[in-house]
Design a protein around this ligand. Structure first.
Ligand code: SAH
Length: 211
């Protein structure tokens, strides 16, 4: 249930769901998603669903990971990416395989430590980790070519907008409750922001503070 064949079937499903980016598909074919979930759930790791990772958080559904990654690669390959909400580290692994440098922020130290161990065991070293409230972004390394947020705020944190590079993109679920809108924000070379709603999604909420 954790074999390459099972992973290949996941890729076939992603194709059927209209994921087109070959690099995204190739990377998701390689990264062992089952290592990012508890052993008891490993046999379900390649189903197209979110799964619990403890502390009331979830590893995002493969389709959503693929779609968000595709969206940030749409206008060219970003050199630096800020990820808010490391969680299991699965999305981080995909980003680190496809871009030069990933900065990832997580508010729960326990999840962050587990994710870091898993990513290091996969020899992914172009990742820097911060234990903090990611609603503030990570100003030290800004501006970012791409920002990917994997928990939903009611409104876009303005601090994050300020950390986008010119021509940069941010992909973020926005809204309260179970139904949010996955939104792609582009910062034009003139510094203006344009928003495009992509589709409905369900993420855990972006919370404040860290523990
Ligand atoms: N991409 C992750 C998604 C994890 S769920 C994965 O596929 O595993 C969302 C994560 O965002 C959780 O780990 C949660 O703790 C974290 N989170 C929520 N609010 C946050 C905040 N303000 N700053 C940083 N991380 C946050």
């Amino acid at each position: 249930m954790t074999s390459q064949r099972t992973r290949d079937r996941m890729i076939e499903r992603l194709r059927e769901q209209k994921i087109r980016n070959r690099n995204v598909l190739a990377t998701m074919r390689q990264i062992p998603r089952h290592l990012f979930v508890d052993e008891a759930l490993a046999s379900r790791a390649y189903e197209d669903s979110a799964l619990p990772i403890g502390l009331r958080q979830t590893i995002s559904q493969p389709y959503v990971v693929a779609r968000m990654t595709e969206l940030i690669l749409e206008d060219g390959k970003p050199d630096s990416v800020l990820e808010v909400g490391t969680g299991s580290g699965y999305q981080t692994a995909i980003l680190a395989s496809l871009t030069a440098q990933v900065y990832t922020v997580e508010r729960l130290t326990q999840l962050q430590q587990r994710a870091r161990r898993c990513l290091q065991s996969l020899d992914l070293h172009n990742i820097e980790y911060l234990h903090s409230d990611g609603g503030w972004g990570w100003p030290d390394h800004a501006p970012y070519d791409a920002i990917l947020v994997t928990a939903a705020p009611a409104e876009i944190p303005t601090g994050l907008l300020g950390q986008m590079a010119a021509n940069g993109v941010m992909v973020i679920p926005i809204g309260e409750g179970r139904h949010q809108e996955l939104t792609k924000i582009t910062r034009t070379s003139k510094g203006e922001f344009e928003a495009e709603v992509i589709e409905s999604v369900t993420f855990v909420p972006l919370l404040t503070g860290s523990q």
